[in-house]
Design a protein around this ligand. Structure first.
Ligand code: F6P
Length: 422
């Protein structure tokens, strides 16, 4: 063992396929690089595809009973271990081994082979069925599955997952480990590597919310908005449709790869022109982004509620955040599902720019998740229908910008003095 044992670190990613390991590995590398720490990824899958070609895509290749596949994967793993070790010796600081490393025996082999610096195993889990399916879907769109139909690719990938599940041991017996919910930026359990100067930096990276470019718009005007009526599923007015067109025109040159809406018509109608100018964007409607459910007060006018159900108005006035509509939701309850929706949207979009077309209460809660406002102020955040928010969170930049879009193309109208919180 050399004398600077603690000065460098191996990170062994762990997890079943489609659990977000590679995304997490890239986040760790980029986050460390932003801190001036040199980090590099050694990816077994890439080496397999390069060396073994399309035959190694077949599910049978991953069958533990297939000695050819097993030995080939073992060899690739050892080659990457050697490359990682060599790289650390030549000046690198954190070597990230991006592979499934699902079995205890594989991780034991890694720890026994790499004794010059500590090995931290980071297991990624993803228990959200919707996101798991989205990940699997994304995998099957990779060039590796080019010769397969979508169904064939999905069936083959699921079979591959089964082979890995048969060998899977969760981390826990290794010297240093961390289990991360890859969809929620949360450490679920850990045995910290206190001796490494990089542990805290890595922990902070995996628990931070990173957003490259998130645009948050509210739907355009509806008939209900004009009347002061709440909830329901009204369409846009002529003015609302014009606002949707202006939003699209404004965003024409802004890259957007994902558009998330609620399941409500007004949200879809607002997103539609943006989708026309961004025909390749993926679009996903999430129930999590449906407007606050007003229960017995759905479809009523504010004035009607005041007259017929004064206790509702009084309850909201006294504590709007916690007040729950009869048979409906409060902002406090809403917060749970909006948080889940945001987690899903950010995970699906990955590093790509995304637009969320939400509602008044939804956007208030979304904004509060970024700005950590006092709860009593959240239900009063101003959400105009003529502006969107542009949000960026990275290790080096925190941007929160309000952009009016009714006046023309984006470069002309961005607020001259954006609100930047860092
Ligand atoms: O008025 C439009 C609306 O989106 C309603 O559907 C919803 O109930 C309301 O805004 C939420 O805002 P507030 O909590 O201020 O009533």
């Amino acid at each position: 063992m050399d004398k600077d044992y603690t000065q460098k670190l191996y990170v062994a990613m762990v997890g079943l396929p489609g659990r977000g390991k590679s995304t997490m590995a890239k986040r760790i590398r980029n986050g460390l690089s932003a801190e001036g720490i040199s980090a590099k990824i050694f990816n077994n899958g890439e080496m397999r595809r390069r060396l073994m070609g399309p035959d190694s895509t077949e599910a049978e290749f991953f069958d533990p009973a297939n000695s050819f596949g097993r030995e080939a994967r073992e060899l690739i793993c050892r080659q990457n271990l050697e490359a990682a070790q060599k790289w650390l010796r030549s000046g690198g600081e954190v070597a990230i081994l991006d592979a499934t490393n699902v079995s205890h025996s594989r991780r034991e082999m890694i720890e026994k082979s790499l004794t010059d610096h500590p090995v931290l195993s980071i297991e990624c889990v993803n228990e959200d069925p919707l996101l798991l399916h989205a990940c699997i879907r994304r995998k099957t769109e990779l060039p590796e599955y080019a010769g397969y139909s979508r169904d064939e690719a999905e069936a083959s990938f699921m079979k591959r997952c089964e082979h890995y599940e048969a060998q899977y041991d969760p981390v826990g017996s290794e010297k240093y480990w961390m289990i991360v919910d890859a969809t929620a930026n949360r450490v679920l359990d850990e045995r910290p590597c206190e001796i490494s100067p990089y542990y805290a930096a890595i922990r902070e990276i995996v628990t931070s919310m990173w957003v490259n470019d998130l645009y948050l718009a509210r739907h355009g005007q509806t008939e209900f908005n004009v009347q002061g009526r709440i909830g329901g599923d009204p369409p846009l007015t002529a003015k609302g449709r014009a606002q949707a067109q202006l939003l699209a025109q404004h965003m024409k040159t802004v890259p957007i790869d994902w558009v998330f809406t609620s399941t409500r018509m007004r949200s879809h109608e607002t997103a539609a022109p943006v989708l026309e100018t961004h025909p390749n964007a993926h679009t996903v409607a999430l129930r999590e982004f449906d407007e606050i459910w007003a229960g017995d007060c759905e479809n009523m006018l504010y004035s009607e509620i005041r007259e017929k159900m004064p206790e509702v108005t009084a309850g909201r006035n006294a504590n709007k955040y916690s007040y729950m509509y009869p048979n409906g939701e409060s902002y406090a309850i809403l917060q749970e599902r909006v948080r889940r929706g945001l987690r899903r949207a950010l995970f699906m979009a990955g590093e790509s720019p995304l637009l969320i077309v939400g509602h008044q209460a939804i956007n208030r809660v979304l904004i509060s998740l970024f700005l950590r406002q006092r709860t009593e102020d959240v239900p009063y955040i101003h959400i105009p229908q003529s502006q969107y928010f542009h949000i960026q969170l990275s290790p080096t930049r925190k941007l929160f910008e309000r952009v009016p879009y009714e006046a023309g193309p984006s470069q002309d109208t961005a607020l001259k003095d954006p609100q930047i919180y860092s």
